[in-house]
Design a protein around this ligand. Structure first.
Ligand code: PPS
Length: 568
């Protein structure tokens, strides 16, 4: 258990003199450039947020955590915190060696003394930790498609915290929060974890929780990494600041937590409660579907709505924090007031706006009523989420060589330019290969790099309010999904499968490439000697046989209209 709430928690930092010396020496060590998620994890390791961990998990600790939420010595820890690296980097590292951990600018933040190196069974990890090996779960998708294949474990020596340029004054380490509570003599403090903007239901819930626990309130939003597609943290923090004056200043504090969430439901909720204990909290609110990842690939919820509450309650004594469980809050029209869903007076009218419905209203520029949120919050959200018809988006054509992608993409581009309103860029397969990817071939690795480059450029165009039309073959589902995630952070991603059959592409053979591929003169040719994974759920599938180009492009225009992206 963490030390009592007002005593300092152990950190992994050395003194600044030692840090200077270690940094000078670490210049010669092999160094690993940390990913954004690893930077979040490292910060919480170093500042005691992940107490009792003293570094990245060893293999024995990892095995225990995956199987039964326990470190090798039996202490509770529900979430793997690993340093995942590439095979290439791992080849040169042996246990017993130190490595420098650098941020994305190359600054050394810590030294890892490697004690363990292993290749994890990621399916076992997915099933054990997240309950299913299903990439519809964001953390499972991350595990399989982003995390490196080899894990390094061992103790960490902290040299300096990662630098943050935003909201500096609102970020607190566990010891800073503990000192703050000590100074104000706050002996009971309840934490509210959130990855969403605060609306009236949240305010009501937090008021009630503080009252129930007879405690002060810490609004403790996660600003590290949250679920793909969430409102970005800059907007959210502006929203939190906008409503802070609606809370009693003497008993409420706002602090930002740089945690990288996994959306792991019950295990994640338990993890959150331990992190809060480390930050000096005495109570922790767990609401409905805490850290829920959404639906699985069968369209069902990964976890029950109150599973998280149950698991946190079960371990609360061991963690040393009290759970304040909450049912979903809903608005009762007749009473003009919020109630927990199980306390609604009989026969009354319940109003609620789901997250999906809120996004729809923002997208379509529709009314968001005062009973739901605060005008200041809605104004902030509208600033960053203008209606869809004013947002950027990406149309991503995929299909075999010669399927007609480029021709349809060109026609679409002209039609969109006729409509006007947004700058439009065409990233055609051949053109990209000439300008962006001229050094790449057609191995899986090179194709993936090529598509991710296209995705990156398209995401920048989308972010800045333009239209990107992409037309590569993009044969792999996982890569297309990665691009979708990159783009959906900023606007819509419209996948269009140009479903021309291989026989027809080969019959057309406009560039004579199929003939060469059949003769073995072009290797790894998609559809002949290399795979094409057909998209399962594209936004649109167009057939090109016996349909002219104009008609195909028009189908895309209709789809864009239907999605509210253009007003033709
Ligand atoms: S990928 O897989 O998405 O990276 O491919 P892409 O960048 O779209 O490039 C496809 C164009 O390159 C030509 N070409 C090949 N295609 C597939 N396989 C092999 N081995 C190959 N070698 C060259 C081909 O002209 C493709 O253009 P399109 O417009 O698709 O016909």
């Amino acid at each position: 258990m963490a030390p009592s709430n007002h005593a300092p928690i152990p950190e992994l930092y050395v003194s600044s003199d030692s840090a200077q010396k270690l940094k000078a020496d670490a210049g010669n060590l092999p160094s690993w450039d940390l990913t954004p998620r690893q930077i979040c994890d490292l910060e919480l390791l170093m500042n005691g947020g992940f107490h009792p961990l003293k570094g990245f998990l060893t293999e024995a600790d990892y095995d225990g955590v995956v199987a039964s939420m326990r470190l090798a010595d039996g202490r509770l820890w529900p979430m793997p915190v690993n340093l995942d690296v590439s095979e290439k980097f791992a080849e040169g590292i042996e246990p017993g060696q130190d490595i420098a951990l650098r941020d994305q600018e190359g600054v050394i933040l810590a030294v890892l003394s490697v004690t363990d190196k292993w290749t994890p069974d990621k399916s076992r990890e997915a099933k054990g930790v997240f309950g299913a090996d299903d990439v519809a779960h964001p953390a499972v998708n991350y595990l399989h498609n982003t995390a490196g294949p080899v894990y390094l474990g061992g103790p960490v020596t902290g040299l300096q915290p990662p630098v943050h340029y935003d909201f500096k004054a609102r970020r607190d380490t566990p010891n800073e929060l503990r000192a703050y509570f000590r100074k104000l003599n706050w002996t009971r403090v309840v934490a509210f974890q959130t990855r969403n903007p605060l609306h009236r239901a949240h305010q009501e819930l937090t008021f009630r929780a503080a009252k129930e626990a007879q405690a002060n309130l810490l609004i403790h939003p996660t600003v590290g990494m949250t679920k793909p597609g969430d409102v970005d943290h800059f907007t959210r923090v502006r929203c939190y600041e906008a409503v802070l004056d609606k809370y009693p200043a003497a008993t409420t504090h706002l602090s930002l937590l740089g945690l990288a969430m996994r959306m792991g439901g019950p295990r994640e909720a338990l993890w959150h409660s331990m992190i809060r204990k480390n930050h000096g909290l005495t109570h922790f609110i767990v609401g409905r579907d805490h850290a829920g990842p959404g639906k699985n690939s069968q369209g069902k919820d990964f976890y029950g709505p109150y599973d998280a509450q149950e698991l946190v309650k079960k371990h609360a004594a061991e963690v040393g924090i009290e759970v304040v469980p909450f049912k979903q809050m809903v608005y009762v029209q007749e009473k003009a007031q919020y109630f927990p869903v199980d306390e609604v007076p009989e026969g009354s009218t319940v109003l609620d706006i789901s997250g999906t419905e809120l996004r729809r209203r923002l997208r379509e520029g529709l009314d968001i009523p005062d009973w739901f949120s605060f005008p200041e919050v809605v104004q902030e959200l509208r600033r960053t989420s203008p209606p869809r018809a004013r947002q950027g988006f990406t149309v991503f054509f995929t299909g075999l060589s010669g399927s007609g992608k480029s021709t349809i993409a060109n026609a679409l581009m002209v039609k969109l330019m006729e409509l006007g309103g947004r700058p439009t860029t065409l990233l055609d397969g051949d053109v990209v290969r000439k300008h962006l990817s001229s050094e790449l071939g057609f191995s899986k690795e090179h194709r993936d790099i090529n598509i991710k480059r296209i995705g990156y450029v398209a995401s920048e165009i989308t972010k800045n309010g333009g239209i990107a039309i992409c037309a590569p073959i993009a044969p792999y589902t996982a890569t297309r999904r990665a691009v979708r995630e990159m783009i959906e952070a900023y606007g819509a991603f419209v996948e269009v499968h140009v479903a021309t059959a291989i026989e027809e592409c080969e019959r057309r053979d406009r560039k004579g490439l199929y003939k060469l591929a059949r003769e073995g003169k072009i290797k790894e040719f998609t559809g002949i000697s290399d795979p094409y994974e057909v998209p399962e759920n594209p936004e649109l599938r167009v057939e090109t046989e016996n349909v002219d180009v104009d008609n195909c492009a028009h189908q895309v225009i209709l789809k864009l209209e239907q999605m509210g992206l253009i007003r033709a």
